[in-house]
Each structure stands twice: as structure tokens, then as C-alpha cells.
Design a protein around this ligand. Structure first.
Ligand SMILES: Cc1cc2nc3c(=O)[nH]c(=O)nc-3n(C[C@H](O)[C@H](O)[C@H](O)COP(=O)(O)OP(=O)(O)OC[C@H]3O[C@@H](n4cnc5c(N)ncnc54)[C@H](O)[C@@H]3O)c2cc1C
Length: 311
């Protein structure tokens, strides 16, 4: 059910205001790796910064909420969908280039809609090392920065030099690494900020070494995660001490299911959509795990996935 606070012509007006594509009443399950969730009133693919500014202004004038979507690989959209505008930088913000080569460091400019996979291929082809551990994280650079994504040790905070964001009111701000408040799977930015691009610091290395590193990280991932299934990555953050996946495994929950959602047999902290799961199934399974882990082990698990929309 679409319940725009704007009606008829006004919807068309937003379409006419920007150069990028806008679709209305969009099933968001198609845009998330878990494949669940209801419809968004609008999904916008701004072409440039001016388009984003226009969308933000439009949303502000009508007090419409907006949400920034990367590749949707760490979000759960509830079954009632999202009443507002989902903004994706996936079409318009995909440039990558080297901006300087020093003896110690090479600086790479990348826009937020670039897939990490593409970024890693780019750096590998240019003989640059530093991003290999992120192979297999299926999101965009924007999502990876917003989540301070990491794997096998390195996190995004270790490679980023600066980030350019557009704030809610349309102002552009460049934040240097020392001003960026990264923590475990989080980057604190003013509410409503949109990451547009970043500069990353990497180093020169031999192609064979880079390829070998990529392959070994890929192998580790394939062994330990259900990488080829519909999931949202790690569901819970790792608490101090025992990793969430291990806790869930120790309690014997692997394979436990509610509706079409199942705890992966391969990794206890992944929930798999068996094909017909709803967001409610996934959220019920999460609540079951959270409550039982607390009851049995006294540990409070908090979600790593971002949960949005209406129940
Ligand atoms: C199979 C699988 C394996 C995974 N493995 C890992 C792993 O090893 N390590 C890890 O850390 N994660 C992992 N993830 C989770 C996920 O891929 C990462 O968190 C990824 O960085 C999210 O990127 P995204 O583009 O999909 O962001 P989304 O899921 O679309 O968004 C995540 C959050 O970032 C915000 N966001 C996205 N883009 C922007 C932007 N431009 N500006 C401001 N905010 C933005 C969104 O609003 C949302 O709050 C995995 C996921 C899957 C499905």
C-alpha cells in the first residue's frame, strides 16, 4: 500500500526534477541480498550531487523520510515496506581512479556506489595491495564505510584517508580520517548524511602476491560462510569474548528455522532465506536467538544488520 504524503502530480513532479531514474511503489526484496521486505514508496537513483540535493530538498519540504541503500547486503526491510524515498548511489556514483602515486602510499579515489569487488579488481590490476581481505563482502564502498566493514582483521577504517559526505541540508563536508568516528561495524556521521566518495590509501605490490592474497581470503570465506545463498551477512555483532556465531552454534541452533528463515548450518550468525521467507520470519528467528542466548548465557546480542521500514 502506497501512502505518499504527496499525491498524483506531485509524484510525477519528483520524477521530472531529477536526471536520474525514479521508480514508484518498488518491491524492496529485489534490492536486498536477503530477499525479504515490502515496497518502498520510491526508489531513486540520482545521477549526480545536484540530483541528491533536489531529492533531499523535496523530502524536507514534505517531511518525507529517506534511506540510503547501498547493495542492501546488511539491511532488513520489514514486510510493510518503507514510507518514503530510498536513495541508491549505485547507478550514478561509480567512478574509480588513482589520484597520486608515492613511494610509501598510493591514493585511490572511489565513489560510494562502487562495489567492493570492482574496487578490489581495480587495485589488483594496478598492482596495489591493501583491500584483499575485503574480497567477498558484497556491498558498495558507501555501505562498507557506513558499516566500517571488515574481515579477517582489517576494517575500512584502516584504509580510508578521507570521506566526502552530503549532509541532510545539502552541505558538502570533507572529513579527514582523524575526524571520522569509526567503531566496530559503525561510523558515526550526522543524521541523514550521505557518503558520496572517499580517498583510500594502498601500496604498490607484485601482482602475484596480490592475487595469492585474494585467493586465500576467498578460500577462507567459502569455507566458513554460506556465501552463495540469500543472506544479509552477519546478523548480530560479535559480543566481547565469544563470537556470536560460536554462541549460536554452542546452543545447537544451526538449522533452526521459523517459516522460510533458517540459521545457516555453515555459520551460526547467518540467517538464510530458503526462498519464501518474510521479514517477519527473519525477525522472529532473530528474537528467538537473542532471547535464548540471553536466557542461557546472560549475553545480550545486538543486531549488526540495519532494520528499517514498517512492520
Ligand atoms: C554473504 C555476505 C557476506 C558478508 N561478509 C561481510 C564481512 O565479511 N564483513 C562485513 O563487515 N560485512 C559483511 N557483510 C555485510 C555487508 O556486505 C557489509 O556490511 C557491506 O559493507 C554493506 O554494504 P552495502 O552497500 O550492501 O550497504 P547496505 O546494506 O545497503 O547498507 C548498510 C548501511 O549502510 C548505509 N549506507 C549505505 N550506503 C551509504 C552511503 N553512501 N552513505 C551513507 N550511508 C550508507 C545504509 O543506510 C545502511 O544503514 C556480508 C554480507 C553478505 C550478504
Amino acid at each position: 500500500m502506497v501512502c505518499w504524503q504527496m499525491k498524483g502530480d506531485t509524484k510525477g513532479k519528483l520524477k521530472s526534477l531529477i536526471k536520474g531514474k525514479i521508480s514508484l511503489d518498488v518491491p524492496m526484496a529485489k534490492y536486498t541480498s536477503l530477499g525479504v521486505g515490502g515496497r518502498a514508496d520510491a526508489l531513486a537513483f540520482p545521477k549526480d550531487e545536484e540530483d541528491i540535493r533536489v531529492i533531499l530538498q523535496f523530502a524536507k519540504e514534505r517531511t518525507l523520510p529517506y534511506f540510503i541503500l547501498g547493495r542492501g547486503t546488511n539491511v532488513i526491510i520489514r514486510d510493510g515496506g518503507f514510507r518514503g524515498i530510498v536513495i541508491s548511489l549505485y547507478h550514478g556514483f561509480r567512478r574509480v581512479k588513482i589520484i597520486s602515486r608515492g613511494d610509501e602510499e598510493v591514493l585511490v579515489y572511489s565513489e560510494a556506489g562502487v562495489n567492493l569487488k570492482h574496487l578490489i579488481r581495480f587495485t589488483r590490476e594496478k598492482g596495489l595491495t591493501g583491500l584483499e581481505a575485503f574480497i567477498g563482502i558484497p556491498g558498495t564502498l558507501g555501505g562498507a564505510l557506513a558499516m566500517n566493514a571488515g574481515a579477517f582483521g582489517p576494517e575500512m577504517k584502516d584504509v580510508v584517508k578521507s570521506v566526502t559526505v552530503m549532509e541532510e541540508m545539502g552541505a558538502m563536508v570533507v572529513k579527514q580520517r582523524k575526524e571520522l568516528r569509526f567503531s566496530y561495524r559503525n561510523l558515526v556521521l550526522p543524521k541523514g548524511s550521505i557518503i558520496l566518495r572517499a580517498i583510500l590509501g594502498v601500496r604498490e605490490a607484485k601482482q602475484e602476491e596480490i592475487v595469492a592474497k585474494v585467493k586465500s581470503f576467498q578460500r577462507l570465506r567459502v569455507q566458513s560462510q554460506p556465501w552463495n545463498m540469500q543472506t544479509a551477512g552477519s546478523i548480530f555483532k560479535n559480543p566481547e569474548g565469544t563470537p556470536a556465531g560460536q554462541l549460536i552454534d554452542e546452543l545447537g541452533f544451526k538449522g533452526h528455522r521459523i517459516g522460510g528463515a533458517r540459521i545457516s548450518e555453515k555459520h551460526g550468525n547467518f540467517i538464510v532465506n530458503e526462498g519464501d521467507a518474510t521479514a517477519a520470519d527473519v525477525l522472529s528467528l532473530m528474537a528467538f536467538v537473542r532471547d535464548t542466548v540471553y536466557e542461557k548465557r546472560g549475553i545480550r546480542l545486538t543486531p549488526e544488520v540495519h532494520i528499517i521500514g514498517e512492520g
